[in-house]
Design a protein around this ligand. Structure first.
Ligand SMILES: [Zn+2]
Length: 180
């Protein structure tokens, strides 16, 4: 994960630079199921670029389209110096289990332990519509799966016990200052 410079932080408060606002829980868009991408054009390519820049400005390792209010099966992940574009992604193989702490740009300041596969193989489309496969292990696998869950309206708190989930819901409600 990268550290932000002050200038980048200032940039994120401006609306004219193409940086997208991150929808925060409990925004209902986060619980909706995204539509598959069927048109692979310049607009898609531009959106992927903006998704990457929005993710970087917010110091994330991944960002999914529904988190910026776009219900399309598109997500980006950037970790350990590698960037991945996930369009209509699906898990085609997985191995092992890992438990670890996870955060989400839609839940500022909230972290929870989530068990996920240790290794996954993903089949995806690239921005041109070609089918590509890539693998991820450890935290990269976790990031793929977390972002892919977003495309199906599933949030990391859905893996927790109802007791823990309710505690997080209360904390998130405080964060949003009762705007919802
Ligand atoms: Zn998330």
């Amino acid at each position: 994960m990268k550290n932000l410079t002050e200038s980048e932080k200032t940039l994120s408060n401006e609306s004219s630079n193409g940086i997208l606002e991150i929808r925060k829980y409990p925004d209902p868009v986060l619980k909706k199921i995204s539509e598959p991408v069927t048109v692979f054009d310049d607009e898609l390519e531009d959106f992927v670029k903006v998704l990457f820049s929005s993710m970087r400005v917010h110091d994330g390792v991944g960002l999914a389209a529904p988190q910026v209010g776009v219900l399309k099966k598109i997500a980006v992940v950037e970790y350990d110096g590698k960037s991945y574009v996930l369009i209509n992604p699906k898990v085609v193989d997985q191995k092992g289990l890992q438990e670890g702490e996870e955060g989400c740009l839609s839940f500022p300041g909230i972290y929870a332990h989530v068990t996920r596969p240790q290794w996954v193989k993903i089949e995806s489309n690239d921005v041109h519509g070609d089918t590509v496969t890539f693998e991820g292990e450890g935290y990269t696998a976790r990031a793929f799966l977390h972002e892919m869950d977003h495309l199906n309206g599933k949030l990391f708190i859905d893996y927790l016990s109802s007791l823990k989930r309710n505690a997080i819901k209360k904390k998130a409600a405080k964060h949003t200052g009762g705007h919802f």
